[in-house]
Design a protein around this ligand. Structure first.
Ligand code: NAI
Length: 803
């Protein structure tokens, strides 16, 4: 046998990482862990414990406290008590604590890596070289933000007490992603680790003690979903940050709807891995190994759908199978292992079931031979080909080492297939043509796109999803904003409860189609009848009914259509077709907005005159005048709200692009009909969103002035659609519509709660005034970045450089 042959057939000997240090640590705690609350270990109130096991052999590692609502209460109290002291510290002092934590993480990196691998089953190579270094990096990066906080975010305050719930796939890394930005911005924390993997969070509690972190700033309560639910429902928590399944994300959205809790959700994914025929196929295969077999595929952004250009599909599949045959599955503590153990029996069963369903749907299943270890939870790298785009394995997150493959012919088809999912977390594009890659990247609905690379993460680059992959970002400047609120907003007074109630005098009338929209004739009792504005055209309401609009002294001013679900549906369809607005250049959008302002200025007196009937002369004059200024502001912003280019510590640039969210449904403020409408619609338009707006019930007749304005300002049909009617009837179809990507509800507290509760279907982003008063006159509160940030989402496109 030649040396070359021997080299190929040679068996690897075991190269086990020593677990002694971790065992000593477990022993020191008596293999039994309590909660970490107020800087101390505290026994669970109900004295209940559960086991955490080593997935590589199914053996118990330790018992861990099962948190109850009572434990959560104690932890939240501790966090609340620590809150004022922690936020009163200077940024520099907070920065030093974060720096100290980063140093301790590095000091204990070996213990943390081994413990993570024992508790989770991931290969030691990954926990040692990826998870733990990224944890340290996250604390260093945020130590920097803590230092700069007051200079960079002068008008912001922390949310307060933050509840954080994390999954089991990257236990310590997810903890770092949550705790580092929360502490840097002056929040205190109650964190619940996943029930399968609580150990490194408990080790982290020790690190907080070593770093001298003030008691109560970080509290760790262990337990299962019920413990998480108790944290979500605790009334003294100001914000919930969650990473986990979309199903639980939905439940949390529902459970927090009637509170003022801020919410960020990082949920599931079914990320496309797109390979063009000009890609470097060997690099692509290595990328795929990291894309789907990293962490046994239990990665929310795993490249689990391989989309191959037809011409190279066969060749690529051959290369993938060859490479799969060399992947070593086995004991995770073995340094020469590529694929470790699945986290739990439940997860293993879930993977098996989904693969079986995929095969039943017609997929062909290929697995490399592997020596199944006698004990533990293992699943081999798996390739499913001939997968139909509608099959369960193409649509549902498997969260295992399973790749589903499909083919495409053209870039357009690749984009269509890639976006054919309810998720939008990540995507990979492999092509030697940077033009093709970036053109495709721009069209993908995903928070992260890796060009010719995969699964790269850095604290400086925001991570998070589009669509049902959740909202909010972790990392980067945008990640900090999830833990901060404008100082004025937290203390703004609440609007009266009946803020959106129909005016007492409003009544339904039959279909009064009195035609002449512009006819201002004081002699007639009804001087004005407006229509809906859909797809750039005036439209009659489906119901055939109108609402009477009266002045405060009861005079009939006119009639506005009573829009219903069908009208909303038509408006959404029109908004979806107005792609030219989203694709228009920022300069073009700015020009259209300037033109709107110019046209409004020409009709200022006439519009203010009509508005005065409802809000009085002074307010009407102010509203129109300030609207002109506001439109100018957003015309100015349209080509200046730029993204960023990050320099993560690899040979990559990550371009953080600010993209439109899509179609936004809006309930406009009641109290300032014209200025309120303009203040919401214009920032959304400036960044290329399309809008369906419900104007104030107090004076929906502004619709007539607005559509004339839009018609004469070159705004493409469908970019703005106006549906008049009652909020109580229109909010639901808006919030429930699956083709609306975000809902902005600026009304009373009850409407804000309804908007959140009703939007759980497609997990659309919800932004409300929380029922609070906003001084629409004051640009400090009513325009600018706060609005633009809600009108956009960040997509990070990673591009490697160098040979
Ligand atoms: P999960 O979403 O149930 O668990 C994540 C965390 O949420 C855990 O800490 C859990 O205790 C907690 N939790 C569960 N129910 C809760 C509730 N009602 N309120 C508050 N917290 C709650 O995920 P699970 O069951 O561990 O995995 C199921 C599937 O979810 C996986 O197969 C995978 O597809 C997906 N998943 C996705 C993750 C991601 O990062 N996108 C992470 C973990 C799971």
């Amino acid at each position: 046998m030649s040396i070359a042959e021997k080299f190929v057939s040679m068996e690897y000997g075991p190269a086990l990482e020593d677990s002694k240090e971790a065992t000593v640590w477990l022993e020191r705690h008596g293999f039994r862990f309590q909660h970490f609350i107020g800087g101390q270990w505290r026994a669970p109130v109900a004295r209940e414990y559960f086991d955490t096991v080593d997935p590589s052999n199914g053996e118990k590692l330790a018992s861990v406290a099962q948190g109850s609502a009572a434990d959560i209460d104690v932890a939240v109290k501790a966090a609340r008590e620590a809150s004022s002291g922690w936020r009163a510290l200077t940024p520099h002092v907070r920065s030093r604590y974060l720096y100290a934590i980063a140093r301790q993480v590095q000091k204990h990196s070996r213990l943390l890596a081994v413990l993570e691998t024992m508790d989770n089953g991931k290969p030691i190579r990954e926990s040692r070289d990826i998870d733990i270094p990224l944890v340290a990096r996250h604390f260093y990066y945020h130590a920097g933000w803590a230092q700069l906080l007051n200079q960079e975010f002068p008008d912001y305050v922390p949310c307060g007490v933050v509840g954080q719930i994390i999954p089991w796939n990257f236990p310590l890394l997810m903890l770092a992603w949550k705790i580092a930005p929360a502490l840097a911005t002056g929040n205190t924390v109650v964190l619940k680790p996943a029930e399968f993997t609580p150990l490194t969070a408990l080790a982290f509690a020790g690190i907080c003690q070593e770093a001298g972190l003030p008691s109560g700033v970080v509290n760790i309560v262990t337990g299962d979903g019920a413990t998480g639910e108790a944290l979500v429902k605790n009334p003294d928590v100001d914000k919930i940050a969650f990473t986990g399944s979309t199903e639980v994300g939905r439940a949390i959205r529902g459970a927090t709807a009637s509170s003022h809790k801020r919410l960020s959700l990082e949920l599931g994914g079914k990320s496309p891995f797109i390979v063009f025929e000009d890609a470097d196929l060997d690099s692509t295969v290595e990328g795929l190994v990291d894309g789907i077999w990293f962490n046994q595929g239990q990665v929310c952004c795993a490249g689990s759908r391989l989309l191959m250009q037809e011409s190279i599909a066969e060749k690529l599949i051959g290369k993938i199978q060859d490479r799969m045959s060399t992947l070593r599955v086995g004991a995770p503590l073995d340094k020469a292992i590529d694929v470790g153990a699945i986290v739990s029996q439940v997860q293993l069963d879930r993977i098996r079931k989904l693969v079986d369903q995929g095969v039943a749907d017609g997929a062909s299943c290929w697995q490399a031979e592997f020596a199944q270890p006698a004990r533990g939870f293992y699943y081999p790298p798996t390739l499913l080909s001939n997968v139909h785009p509608t099959s369960i394995v193409a649509q549902q997150e498997i969260f295992g080492p399973v790749l589903a493959t499909m083919t495409f012919r053209t870039p357009a088809e690749a984009v269509e297939l890639a976006n054919n999912t309810v998720y939008g977390l990540a995507a990979c594009v492999w092509s030697e043509s940077i033009n093709v890659a970036l053109h495709v990247a721009a069209q993908l609905k995903a928070g992260v796109v890796w060009v010719n690379c995969t699964n790269l993460f850095d604290a400086s680059c925001g991570f998070g999803g589009y669509r049902e992959s959740g909202y909010g970002r972790e990392g980067g400047r945008e990640g900090l904003l999830e833990y901060l609120e404008p100082a004025w907003f937290k203390t703004a007074p609440t609007l009266p409860a009946d803020n959106t109630a129909p005016p007492a005098a409003a009544q339904l009338t039959g279909d009064v189609d009195s035609g002449d929209v512009d006819n201002v004739d004081g002699a007639k009792s009804i001087d004005r009848t407006v229509k809906l504005y859909i797809g750039g055209k005036q439209a009659r309401p489906d119901s055939g009914y109108s609402m009477e609009v009266r002045s405060p002294d009861g005079r009939l001013l006119g009639e506005a259509p009573l829009g219903n679900r069908k009208d909303i549906r038509n408006a959404v369809e029109a908004a979806r077709k107005a792609g030219s607005w989203t694709k228009a250049t920022a300069h073009n959008r700015a020009q259209v907005l300037y033109y709107c302002a110019e046209n409004l200025a020409q009709r200022q007196v006439e519009i203010a005159h009509r508005l005065a009937e409802v809000v009085g002369e002074k307010q009407a004059a102010d509203e129109v005048d300030l609207s002109i200024q506001r439109i100018f502001s957003y015309a100015a912003w349209a080509d200046k709200f730029d993204g960023a280019v990050h320099n993560p510590p690899f040979r990559n640039v990550a371009m953080a692009m600010k993209e439109a969210i899509g179609t936004v449904g809006m309930i406009c403020p009641h109290e300032m009909p014209f200025l309120g409408f303009v203040s919401l619609v214009m920032p959304a338009l400036a960044l290329g969103n399309t809008v369906i707006a419900v104007p104030s019930e107090a004076y929906p007749l502004i619709a007539g002035d607005l559509y004339q304005l839009f018609d004469t300002s070159d705004l493409p049909g469908g970019a703005v659609n106006i549906v008049t009617g009652y909020v109580s009837q229109l909010l639901k179809p808006l919030a429930e519509h699956d083709d609306i990507d975000a809902i902005w509800c600026f009304a009373d507290e009850a409407s804000a709660a309804s908007a959140k509760a009703m939007s759980i279907g497609n997990l659309k982003q919800v932004w409300t005034n929380e029922g609070r008063v906003i001084d629409w006159r004051n640009p400090k509160y009513a325009e600018g970045r706060w609005f633009l940030e809600h009108a956009s989402q960040v997509k990070n496109i990673w591009v490697p450089y160098g040979e």
